[in-house]
Unconditional design. Sequence first.
Length: 184
Amino acid sequence: MRLIFLGPPGAGKGTQAQRIAERFQIPHISTGEILRQAVADETPLGRQAKAYMDRGDLVPDELILGMVRERLDRADARPGWILDGFPRNLPQAEFLDDLLRDIQQVCDRAVNFEVSDDEIVQRMLGRGRKDDNEDTIRHRLEVYRAATAPVIDFYRQYDRIVSIDGSLSMDDVTQVLVESLPRN
Ligand code: ADP
């Protein structure tokens, strides 16, 4: 199972990715988590990424693409994976397309979690992560609309996209999501 989770920040992608990863025994690859860990460990990547993350801007592709390639190259990602938070703009989507062709893998589904802006702001203020203040949240939403929403159209042309109402309860989202996945 190879899945790409799309949708605004705070849509619940991370929670659902964890559940589906557990169920199918595949790694949950969250670029946001990898970056937060790099910041905490004060690695060169983390040091460069930090200011962008604090502002709610995208970290430059130069820092992201190699990181994703390395992660997908690891042995545990061979049987499948869930990408959460990547791709986040069209160049990243095109990079992933080429990379998957290179390693002869195919993404089974791109899942688009739909949640309204009001609901997102409410949820994220309740979450209390360091980059979750109202200004940054608003900015992340703007970045999402401008850079990430076009990625949905990119996957639409492949007919592999499913949209899910992310405003449902977590358990209902999981159920709808599982039902939308290919059976194997
Ligand atoms: P959220 O779902 O709240 O947006 P993430 O954990 O996915 O949170 O990402 C947190 C931050 O990490 C983003 O605001 C951005 O700065 C950075 N980031 C994560 N993934 C990417 C990516 N694919 N490209 C660029 N920046 C990224």
